[in-house]
Each structure stands twice: as structure tokens, then as C-alpha cells.
Ligand binder design. Structure first.
Ligand code: DAH
Length: 449
């Protein structure tokens, strides 16, 4: 696995539908940064969400406040700027604001609704406020600092993240909204769903845009009296912290049973900078263990920074594509983004039914090999290819790498699989795309062989 993916998934472990091995990720065990400054973090007004107002005005019942994704997000010019830090390509800007998670008859929307339904019917006496129309542009403060993600964390690097300016970006996870909702004090419990963006490789289970759902629950102050003022190990060893972790686990186990029927599950310890203790949950699906979510007891410094230091609670985040791929047996993540009637016509609000694959058109394979410069960033290459050929690139894989000791240079060879989901590709059109790539790739400082 290439380095940038390796480190990115360790911070944002769960959202990738593919089965990665996370347990060996180096940054899982990065110690928490010292001396985190407590402050009331400033949220950039320009990127604050128009949904906050719409969510309060569209109260539908006593249990749920629902919003719909504002169409203002479906405007590529919001994401493309001449700022020197902007690295959002037009083909990514064009994906924002599609609102797949709020479409009632789209697999992503169906799974989201099922999760909300579970929380609305829980008998824990808690009302989970619903947010599903947050602005996908967030500040580095919201996405990282408020969550104790240190400034040098690789997940913040432009090789992994789409920056709109130097201080604003396309959110890499829905956790980016935790702090603002905690700080607003509007709800003691909430669910927040949305599209998230990460620069990544391409294959049947990786796509640079996908969806997450975040959940947060704060506990009543009276229940936490015994742990008042406790911090660090004293807090995590307390019976109150353990009670929160137990409630978190049983709530999420119930959610899995609601989605999958009674299913085998296993918990393991994890590391996220914003929760401690942290856990991951895996479920057994067709004989394999699949990671479905990350969660934990909210770190007291995260609560402090949101001016909620008097409260304690839990949080979790899950990837909607992975759940939908399992539930609907959808074999390729790119399908979620297609408008092809053979796909979208198969799904109905509230119904989980197996996807019936339609015929696959034949693939066309092309290889490209080049000498790489010292500062070569693989994601730049993947993205350039996607910028040229778009979604007809089904897969890119590095098939050969060697170093010529005399030249002191390393060569990499990639195989690109081109395949359209709705027509046959001609060799000529693919050759033209590949030729364009061979020319443009030199801009990355590589030397095509
Ligand atoms: N934001 C994490 C990710 O993208 C998921 C996550 C983990 C969210 C733990 C949480 C949490 O709220 O407590 O992988």
C-alpha cells in the first residue's frame, strides 16, 4: 500500500469500503500532542453552514429535525479558486452537492435513513437531532485542530486532502462538524451525515468522494457527578467513563443488528486523537471480518475546546458506502455516482434489496512507465489520470518498480484499466487518453520511458 493511503486511513480508519488492514498502521499509535491550547475555536464565518438555520426551521417532529442538502453546494466554482493552495480539480468540484445521502431512493440515502430510524426509535430517552446539509467546505480548525489532530499529521497534507485555500478544505470526515454542533449547544445528541473527500487511489472500493455519518451523545451532568473534574487516566479509569463506553458499544451493536439482522461482531481498541478510549467495530460478513465503524468516548480536550467541558459523551463515525455495498451487494463504488437508469431504477425508499448487476462492457488495459523524481506523489498521478479520463478509469495499479543503481533512479510502471459502465470503449479513444496522459505526466517531473 502506498504511503499516503497508509497514513490517511490510520487517522480516518473506517470509511473505505475495501478491507484494509488497519492494525499495523503506524500513526494509530501516535501519541497525543502535548500542551493543546484550550480556546473557543474560531469557526470561519464564511464557511459556516447555511443548514444550521434551515435545520431549525424545518422541524418535522419531536424526534427529528431534518434538512435537505442545499443546492448552493452544487456549484463547482465554490471549490475552484486561484488560491495557490487550491488543489481541487474540476472533476472533483463537479461531484460536490449531489446529495446522494438525502435521496430517499438511492442506496446511500436508504442506509442513512435506516440508521436515523434506529436512533429515532431507541428507548434511551434521547432525541438525536439530524444534520445532513452541512457545508462540505470546512476550516482546518474544524476538520483538524478542534479534534486534536496535530499540525504535522500526514492526513492534513495536500497529497491526501483537497484544499480550497490554505485554511479551508473539502471535509475529509464528518467529524469536522462535531465541535460546531457541540459548541452551539443546540442538542445533546445528534447525527450528522454528508459527503467527504480524500485524495486516493482508484479501484472498485476507493473513490475520492464518499459519505459518512457521525453520531454524538452527551450524558446528563447528574449521571457524571462521580467523575467531576477527572482528567486523563483518572477519568478513563472511572466507572462513569466505562458506563459511557458500555452504552456506546451496546448502542452500536444494536445498530448493526438493525441493519444486518443478528450478526457476529467484534470490538478492538483503536486510536483516534478525538476520543479516548477509542474502538473499532467489525462485523462478520460472508466469512470475513469487515471494519464498519470507529468510535470512542469524546476526549475531554475536544469538549473543552467546544466550551462543553462540563459534559461527557461518546461519538462514532461510519462510512455509508461500505455499509451500502454490503447490504445491497453493490460491487463497485463508482456505481453510486452513476445516473444510469439500470442502476438508479433498482432502488426504492426504505427497501434493502440485492443489486442485480447489468452487463459489464469489456475493459481496455494500458501500461505507462516512468522514472520518478525524488518528491514524486502518487496521488498526483492518479488524480491527473482521472482528470483526463474521468470515471472510465476503473482501476490503476502499480505493476512494476525497480531502481537502477547506476542512474540512481527509480522506475514505476502502472497498469490502467479503462472500462465504461454504460458503453463499449474503442481502442482509439483510449489510446488518445493514454497519449494525453503520457504528455501531461511530465508536468509531475517524471520521465516517461
Ligand atoms: N472520523 C473518523 C474517520 O473518518 C471516524 C470516527 C472515529 C469518528 C471515531 C468518530 C469517532 O466520531 O469517535 O475515520
Amino acid at each position: 500500500m502506498k504511503i499516503s493511503t497508509f497514513v490517511a486511513i490510520s487517522m480516518f480508519a473506517l470509511s473505505f469500503p475495501a478491507c484494509h488492514s488497519f492494525s499495523s498502521c503506524a500513526t494509530r499509535h501516535v501519541p497525543a500532542p502535548r500542551g493543546v491550547v484550550l480556546r473557543s475555536a474560531a469557526v470561519d464565518e464564511s464557511s459556516s453552514s447555511p443548514s444550521s438555520s434551515s435545520s431549525s426551521s424545518s422541524s418535522s417532529s419531536s424526534t427529528a429535525l431534518t434538512t435537505t442538502t442545499s443546492s448552493i453546494y452544487a456549484d463547482p466554482s465554490r471549490y475552484l479558486s486561484s488560491h495557490p493552495s487550491n488543489n481541487v480539480p474540476p472533476h472533483i468540484a463537479a461531484l460536490v452537492g449531489r446529495g446522494l445521502h438525502v435521496r430517499p431512493d438511492h442506496p446511500i440515502g436508504i442506509v442513512r435513513a435506516k440508521i436515523q430510524e434506529y436512533f429515532a426509535n431507541l428507548d434511551d430517552g434521547v432525541t438525536y437531532r439530524i444534520y445532513d446539509a452541512e457545508d462540505p467546505i470546512v476550516t482546518t480548525t474544524q476538520c483538524f485542530d478542534d479534534l486534536r489532530i496535530p499540525p504535522d499529521h500526514p492526513g492534513r497534507s495536500p497529497s491526501d486532502t483537497y484544499y480550497v485555500t490554505d485554511t479551508t478544505l473539502l471535509r475529509t470526515h464528518t467529524s469536522a462538524h462535531q465541535s460546531e454542533h457541540l459548541r452551539s449547544g443546540d442538542a445533546d445528541a445528534f447525527l450528522c451525515a454528508g459527503d467527504v473527500y480524500r485524495r486516493d487511489e482508484i479501484d472498485s472500493s476507493h473513490y475520492p468522494a464518499f459519505h459518512q455519518l457521525e453520531g454524538v451523545k452527551l450524558f446528563p451532568v447528574e449521571q457524571m457527578r462521580g467523575a467531576e473534574g477527572l482528567r486523563g487516566d483518572e477519568w478513563t479509569d472511572s466507572s462513569e467513563c466505562k458506563a459511557i463506553a458500555a452504552d456506546l458499544k451496546s448502542t452500536l451493536e444494536g445498530l448493526m443488528d438493525h441493519l444486518f439482522g443478528e450478526t457476529e461482531k467484534r470490538w478492538s481498541e483503536d486510536y483516534f486523537p478525538f476520543t479516548t478510549p477509542s474502538y473499532e467495530l467489525e462485523i462478520k460478513y460472508e466469512g470475513r471480518w469487515l471494519e464498519v465503524l470507529g468510535c470512542g468516548v469524546i476526549h475531554e480536550e475536544v469538549l473543552d475546546m467546544s466550551s462543553r467541558g462540563d459534559r461527557r459523551g461518546w461519538a462514532f463515525g461510519l462510512g455509508l458506502e461500505r455499509l451500502a455495498m454490503i447490504l445491497f451487494e453493490i460491487p463497485d463504488i463508482r456505481l453510486f455516482w452513476t445516473d444510469d437508469a439500470r442502476f438508479v431504477g433498482q432502488f426504492k425508499e426504505g427497501k434493502i434489496r440485492k443489486f442485480v448487476p447489468y452487463s459489464k462492457y469489456p475493459p481496455v488495459y494500458k501500461d505507462i512507465a516512468f522514472w520518478i523524481p525524488e518528491n514524486y506523489i502518487e496521488n498526483d498521478f492518479y488524480e491527473m489520470a482521472r482528470g483526463i479520463a474521468g470515471d472510465i478509469i476503473e482501476r490503476m495499479e502499480m505493476i512494476d518498480e525497480f531502481t537502477n543503481a547506476k542512474k540512481g533512479k527509480t522506475s514505476k510502471c502502472y497498469r490502467i484499466t479503462y472500462r465504461s459502465m454504460d458503453r463499449s470503449l474503442t481502442n482509439e479513444e483510449v489510446d488518445a487518453l493514454q497519449d494525453e496522459l503520457r504528455v501531461k505526466v511530465e508536468n509531475l517531473g517524471v520521465e516517461v520511458r
